[in-house]
Write a protein that binds this ligand. Structure first.
Ligand SMILES: Cc1cc2nc3c(=O)[nH]c(=O)nc-3n(C[C@H](O)[C@H](O)[C@H](O)COP(=O)(O)OP(=O)(O)OC[C@H]3O[C@@H](n4cnc5c(N)ncnc54)[C@H](O)[C@@H]3O)c2cc1C
Length: 384
């Protein structure tokens, strides 16, 4: 079944699908794409919920945004985007605030009416008042940047839920800066290009992979067919790097998520796509309401049904989905060992977030694959 395969892509997320598309369209070479999931698109996948007609992002909200004109031009060959601009709100002690912290958040929280230049000075004094001279953990770092009150309201509980650890026990390096906007800009992303694929991510991926030279086999786990892959086959692997090497340097840590879905007989549940929950006592970190990503789908948008999804953070254990790498010094050291092993294997190319043990936005994953493709092309041209 795999004996004639010369190019195998493991994983049909953005990283694998972009490389396969380039191989087929640019090189006119045959490529086999396998994925253990029963759909293409990896973690970015969305599909229309048959009962409500709402486009649901199965692995949490995915908003496409980029500053890279080349990535934007590339991806728009496979989809049109709507004009959605992402904004995030957070609920704390029954009040709703804008996120990231901006002038409105500060004024609403303190009951003030500060001007931009006053807000900067105000935050500086709040931070100074905390009197932190030596930063030893995440809590102290955050307080030294924004002061105790804003930290307690907007960072402490959310971070504790995200990591299932007290911020006092987390390394300061997790945050490099905590942007506090001294204006009323409520746009979550600052990139010039942003939107949601008009027909959803599922359709985008079907377009990406729609080429006679691309064969997609779903529900196929690489580790179950590995011994059938010819030794001369080039394997572009986008799965977990530690698993690829049988965890020989030990497993890498990940954070996982759990999603709890609910359909409501209501036109609108929370009035926005994403509502964060900053209180420690509320067990979920955020609620997604997917119809807000497609206001242009008028009939569905105005219908009396809505789909919401509560997101809970949890520790990764085998069998769960790996979402966020835990890039502490120990894990990064392990990862470097795996990376060195991969470099010594001429027929193996590691691509994507799981194999590179990085958090990458979709545009970064696409960009990485476009660059890798250029390398693959050169190698093939040089007969390697
Ligand atoms: C909760 C969450 C929200 C996010 N929101 C955004 C956002 O709003 N905007 C943004 O730009 N980015 C967002 N991202 C990042 C985005 O998900 C990634 O950039 C994207 O998924 C990277 O694609 P990938 O192909 O590298 O990985 P994936 O999408 O994970 O694809 C890897 C594929 O490989 C398959 N695979 C793994 N192992 C095997 C195996 N052994 N055999 C066969 N198949 C295998 C998997 O099933 C998967 O389909 C978010 C990420 C998370 C976790």
């Amino acid at each position: 079944m795999f004996e004639n395969v010369k190019l195998l892509v493991v994983g049909a997320g953005f990283s694998g699908s972009v490389i396969a598309e380039r191989i087929a369209n640019v090189l006119n070479e045959s490529v086999l794409v396998i994925d253990s999931k029963l759909h293409v698109g990896g973690n970015s996948y969305s599909e229309t919920d048959s009962a409500s007609g709402i486009e649901c992002h199965r692995y949490g909200s995915h908003i496409f945004h980029t500053s890279s004109e080349s990535v934007w031009n590339y991806i728009r060959r496979f989809t049109e985007f709507n004009s959605y601009q992402h904004k995030v709100l957070t609920t704390y002690q029954g009040h709703v605030y804008q996120m990231p912290i901006n002038l409105k958040t500060v004024n609403d929280y303190y009951g003030l009416n500060l001007k931009p230049w006053e807000a900067q000075e105000f935050i500086r004094k709040e931070a100074e008042m905390a009197g932190i001279s030596e930063v030893r953990n995440l809590e102290e770092k955050a307080i030294s940047l924004i002061g105790e009150k804003l930290y307690t309201a907007f960072i402490r509980g959310y971070t504790k839920k995200q990591w299932e650890r007290d911020p006092k026990e987390l390394p300061a390096e997790i945050i490099t800066r905590l942007p506090v906007r001294s204006n009323y800009n409520a746009n979550y992303f600052q990139d010039p290009y942003q939107g949601i694929p008009l027909d959803g991510y599922g359709a985008l991926f079907r377009n990406l992979l729609n080429h006679p030279k691309i064969e997609v086999r779903l529900g196929v786990n690489f580790f179950e067919i590995r011994d059938q892959i010819p030794s001369a086959c080039t394997v572009i692997y986008t799965g977990m790097v530690d698993q690829f090497f049988d965890y020989c340097h030990g497993p890498l840590d990940w954070r996982s998520l759990r999603f709890e879905w609910e359909t409501k007989d209501l036109s609108d549940w929370q009035g926005t796509a994403v509502m964060n929950y900053a209180d420690e006592e509320i067990p979920y970190t955020r609620i997604h309401e997917f119809k807000h990503y497609h206001p242009e789908r008028k009939a569905v948008f105005e219908s009396d049904k809505t789909v919401i999804c509560r997101e809970y953070s949890q520790t990764y254990t085998p069998g769960k989905e790996a979402y966020y790498p835990v890039n502490n010094a120990e894990n990064n050291r392990k990862y470097e060992k795996y990376q060195a092993m991969a470099k010594a294997m001429p027929h193996v190319i590691l691509a994507g977030r799981l194999a590179n043990y990085r958090y990458w936005d979709m545009d970064q994953a696409i960009n990485n694959s476009l660059c890798l493709f250029e390398q693959i092309k050169k190698d093939l041209e040089n007969g390697k």
